[in-house]
Write a new protein. Structure first.
Length: 100
């Protein structure tokens, strides 16, 4: 990861995040969506620490949060996905912030 943030600037990432990683669901997401890798919160933290940044802040939301709050997201889910049982228990959305 290369950082173009100014000193004391911030890097912000909005990323899909595994909350739990059952192998069958990881394979399903890879096959169904062509996703090669989705990181866990710990893996995102490590990535940001290795990028020589400071003060990691991580907030995880289950996808259900966005499903409830966003009509556009609900339409996307309804039209595009055939989700396995308990999908929302395993996959979420992370907001990762790190200061340079």
């Amino acid at each position: 990861m290369s950082s173009k943030a100014k000193p004391k600037g911030h890097i912000r990432l909005n990323e899909a995040t595994w909350i739990k990683t059952p192998p069958e669901l990881v394979r399903y997401v890879s096959r169904a969506y062509g996703v090669k890798e989705i990181l866990t919160p710990d893996e995102w933290r490590e990535l940001l620490i290795n990028a020589v940044l400071k003060d990691v802040v991580i907030r995880i939301h289950k996808v259900l949060y966005f499903y409830i709050r966003s009509p556009a997201f609900r339409r996307f889910i309804k039209e595009a996905l055939s989700l396995p049982k308990d999908f929302f228990e395993y996959w979420g959305y992370g907001i990762y912030v790190r200061r340079k």
